[in-house]
Design a protein around this ligand. Structure first.
Ligand code: ATP
Ligand code: MG
Length: 150
């Protein structure tokens, strides 16, 4: 276990379907701490870079179209094991396989428009945080319950 930072994106469907509050509420649980958050429209070249690992796959062009179609919310979340924890809270890529109680299980309707992205490894998290945030945008602070989780 280690205190890690992970990158999270609430995809266009989250804002357009007015799900931001309900999804953020889940990410504030489990000892996770939001240390950066912004609303933005993703430029196409940044979207392509973010999902570069999927270049050449049939779902890549529609995926880029989707995440550039409308604003997103990007975040950095810090906490013990935050990478694996947020992936668990997000649920399986395909909403049909995502368990009830996960964000995708409860809110996503299709794999293509599955409402949330979360980094899948330490390397991806570092790469994605650097793509979307400057170091000075990551804000450290204490949460009152930190003494209960050490
Ligand atoms: P993300 O990277 O967005 O957190 P993930 O890590 O669960 O999702 P990936 O395999 O990295 O899944 O796929 C990236 C995104 O591409 C998925 O979130 C989904 O929107 C889209 N995608 C993946 N597989 C398919 C597919 N078979 N058909 C349509 N879209 C897909
Ligand atoms: Mg992925």
């Amino acid at each position: 276990m280690s205190c890690e930072r992970t990158f999270v994106m609430l995809k266009p469907g989250t804002l357009e379907r007015r799900l931001v509050g309900r999804i953020l509420e889940r990410l504030e649980n489990c000892c996770l701490k939001i240390i950066a958050l912004k609303l933005m429209r993703i430029p196409r070249d940044l979207a392509e870079e973010h999902y570069a690992e999927h270049r050449g796959k049939d779902f890549y062009p529609p995926l880029i179209d989707y995440i550039t179609s409308s604003p997103v919310i990007v975040m950095v979340i810090e906490g013990e094991n935050s990478i694996a924890k947020v992936r668990k809270i997000a649920g399986a890529t395909n909403p049909m396989e995502a368990l009830p109680g996960t964000i995708r299980g409860d809110f996503a309707l299709t794999t293509k428009k599955n409402v949330i992205h979360a980094s899948d490894s330490l390397e991806s998290a570092q790469r994605e945080i650097n793509l979307f945030f400057k170091e000075e945008e990551l804000i450290d602070y204490e949460v009152p319950n930190e003494k209960w989780i050490r």
